[in-house]
Design a binder for this molecule. Structure first.
Ligand code: PLP
Length: 381
């Protein structure tokens, strides 16, 4: 099998699992316990926090371990919006992940916030002028993803942060897709809060981290024993935190740059050998591991099936949207016709994906698209 669905999730890395193992077994203590085992767990947790903070180049006291990207986005958006009495207006983009869009919708529905949804261009890049015009004296938060999960477009977050900061508005970015292949140091990007998720980086599912700049207020979502400096109650996932610290230290940005070269070769090959294939998203502002296409006149689901039969595993748009019949909100926001959006297929890779695998995938894709096109052109009985 050739796995080209790294944007959905990655296999856990051996180094990560080995680092986690002791905290499931001999060192299984609860960090809040006042005995030796508890103290060992607390110290492992503190060490994991310090390592994630070092990688992010932020203060350890500003790192909150979460269960993953969805929780991080929810906590950042609801937490900042509810803690900061500036106003009741939020700014986001039309192509955010559901974890962001639904958090914002919740604040609108339950807490009476107003939301400005900024459009993107055909390449998926946020319209920065529209964003600037959307900022208001009562804007409480701007939340824009660093890189999109379906089409891989990388947003000009540093520019967006600078604009928002002219009005003293905090900025959150969902860096779940970006963290393995791009520089996500928050101070370089100028943001005030950032979400990452471990299972996109080689940890098991169920661990992530949220960084929130110290002076930005944050209302907790989970109330209880006051863990994570009161920001997130609940007994900590010590093994997960150790795994996440190990995974972020294994992030290799030079390897990601080489992946972008292999990805470009793959895109060129697909466009050359699959008749009618259209690349979605931006050519240059793109995650190194993303190649997403539409194949007008076919069906994304049918191509997936044919690819699956040929040992190629990928996804139709985003994994999270699977099971829904509507075309992806991301592709619609890019101005793609809804019927064409139903023909989307996303290939996503990580540093382990080889050039040979990508070539094989391109050849199989041409076959799969050919079969689906031929079936589609048969007269209906
Ligand atoms: N944000 C983005 C951009 C994602 O791609 C995902 C998952 O695919 C999430 C958030 C949610 O992360 P998690 O699966 O860790 O809850």
């Amino acid at each position: 099998m050739i796995y080209l669905d790294a944007a959905a999730t990655t296999a856990s890395r051996r180094e990560v699992l080995e680092a986690m193992w002791p905290y499931f077994t001999a060192e299984f203590g609860n960090p809040s316990s006042q005995h030796e085992l508890g103290e060992a767990a607390a110290s492992a947790l503190a060490d994991a926090r310090a390592r994630v903070a070092r990688w992010w180049e932020v203060r350890a006291s500003e790192v909150i371990f979460t269960s993953g990207g969805t929780e991080g986005d929810n906590l950042a958006i609801k937490g900042i919006a509810l803690a900061n009495p500036r106003g009741r207006h939020l700014v986001t983009s039309a192509i955010e992940h559901e974890a962001v869009l639904e958090s914002v919708a919740f604040l609108e529905r339950v807490h009476g916030f107003e939301v400005s949804v900024v459009p993107v261009g055909p390449d998926g890049v946020v319209d920065v002028d529209a964003l600037e015009s959307a900022l208001r004296p009562d804007t409480t938060l701007v939340t824009i993803m660093l890189a999109n999960n379906e089409v891989g477009t990388v947003q000009p977050i540093a520019r967006i942060s600078a604009l928002a900061h002219e009005h003293a508005i905090p900025v959150h970015t969902d860096a779940v897709q970006a963290a393995g292949t791009l520089d996500v140091r928050p101070h370089e990007l100028g943001v005030d809060a950032m979400t990452i998720s471990g299972h996109k980086l080689g940890t098991p599912k169920g661990i992530g981290a949220l960084w929130v700049r110290g002076r930005v207020g944050l209302e907790p979502l989970l109330h209880g024993g006051g863990q994570e400096r009161g920001h997130r109650s609940g007994t900590e996932n010590v093994a997960g935190a150790v795994g996440l610290a190990t995974a972020v230290e294994l992030v290799d940005l030079p390897a990601a740059a080489q992946l972008a070269d292999r990805r470009d070769t793959f895109i060129a090959e697909v466009l050359a050998i699959v008749p009618g294939a259209v690349l979605t998203g931006s050519r240059d502002r793109r995650l190194p591991g993303n190649a997403s296409f539409c194949f007008p006149g076919t069906s994304g689901e049918s191509i997936l099936l044919e690819l699956g039969r040929r040992g190629i595993v990928c996804s139709a748009g985003s994994a999270c949207a699977v099971g829904r019949d509507e075309p992806s909100h991301v592709l619609i926001a890019l101005g793609i016709d809804p019927a064409v959006a139903q023909t989307a297929v996303r290939f996503s890779m990580d540093a382990a994906t080889s050039a040979a695998d990508l070539h094989e995938a391109a050849v199989r894709l041409a076959e799969a698209a050919g079969v689906v096109q031929a079936l589609g052109s048969l007269p209906h009985p």
